[in-house]
Design a protein around this ligand. Structure first.
Ligand code: SAM
Length: 292
């Protein structure tokens, strides 16, 4: 491999945020791989750069990635840009960076705007240790599993979300992790930039009254300590029955109610299926606690 892949960060809304090094790199490479060539063309026009653009997005990443590797191996240099921000952070750049690293190509980052880090910087929440969670899955099962993993996460968490899914995500976060501080940034670097610092419950009320518009990052406070078990088991079991009555499988109902109430999934499953009745010593003991 003789060519280099430059991973070039571009503005997330304010064109003044392109760095001189990013602009120089875009003008010097042999070609640019772009997530949406129309979006990148606007940026290049603004910078007065004319350059061959090649499409590289989530749906052609395998074929287009191979073609980029071929061109790198023939000695050409490529700049990878995505629609906005730092490629490879929750966008298709991740796959190309991995392919190039695997093939032994030189990969160089040209740093710049990234919505996650800007939102963290202004959140007022601890930034010494944080985790980037990207977008929550739209599949109910993977979403519940992801939230379950985060239940005792102590570090500040960063999520991306589209406006039409924001309320659902805020409600799911509150159901799974309880109420806690959240900083919600929208339209960072743009004219209507705004950062609202709430609790999740207040954020839900706010966006119920004011439908979300624009691009959002949620920065969420980590768990202060291992979550106290304050769930109401009777109410949680009633909910399991309600979901089962609606046609949901017991396992799925237990998982969903666990995310919503904080009651352990295994406990709900066992109690609802009747199999735990024999060994139950206290209502908050999970099957593992009991050594079942
Ligand atoms: N790679 C990009 C980066 O470095 O931030 C992120 C790409 S991801 C496909 C797009 C998501 O980033 C949006 O749905 C939104 O959550 C977030 N985002 C991008 N630009 C933003 C902005 N100006 N303000 C707030 N969030 C933004």
């Amino acid at each position: 491999m003789t060519g280099t892949l430059y991973i070039v960060a571009t503005p997330i809304g304010n064109l003044e945020d392109i760095s001189p090094r990013a602009a120089r790199t875009l003008s010097e490479v042999d070609f640019i791989a772009a997530e949406d060539t129309r979006v990148t063309l606007k940026l290049l026009n603004h910078l007065g750069i004319k350059k061959h653009l090649m499409s590289y997005h989530a749906h052609n990443s395998s074929h287009s990635g191979e073609r980029i590797l071929e061109r790198l191996s023939s000695g050409e240099n490529c700049a990878l840009v995505t629609d906005a921000g730092t490629p490879a952070i929750s966008d298709p750049g991740e796959t190309l960076a991995a392919m190039c690293a695997l093939a032994g190509a030189e990969v160089i980052a040209i740093p710049g705007p990234c919505a996650a880090l800007s939102a963290l910087q202004v959140s007022g929440l601890p930034s010494g240790r944080f985790t980037f969670e990207g977008f929550l899955s739209t599949s109910r099962k993977s979403r519940a599993a992801h939230l379950e993993e985060l239940r005792n996460e102590r570090r500040t968490m960063i999520f991306y979300e589209a406006p039409h899914k924001l309320l659902r995500t805020l409600r799911d976060l509150r159901g799974a992790l309880g109420d806690r501080r959240a900083s919600i940034s929208r339209e960072l670097t743009k004219l209507h930039e705004q950062t609202l610092r709430f609790t999740l419950a207040d954020a839900i009320s706010h966006f119920e009254a004011t439908p979300p518009r624009g691009e959002f990052v949620i920065v969420l406070e980590g768990a202060r300590e291992t979550a106290p078990e304050t769930f109401d088991i009777e109410r949680a079991l009633e909910l399991v029955e309600t979901y089962r009555g609606g046609g949901m499988k017991l396992r799925d109902a237990a998982q969903r109610v666990s995310a919503e109430t904080g009651a352990p999934k295994n406990l709900l499953y066992n109690l609802a299926s009747g199999s735990a009745a024999r060994g139950l010593r206290r209502p908050d003991a999970s099957p593992e606690d009991r050594g079942d």
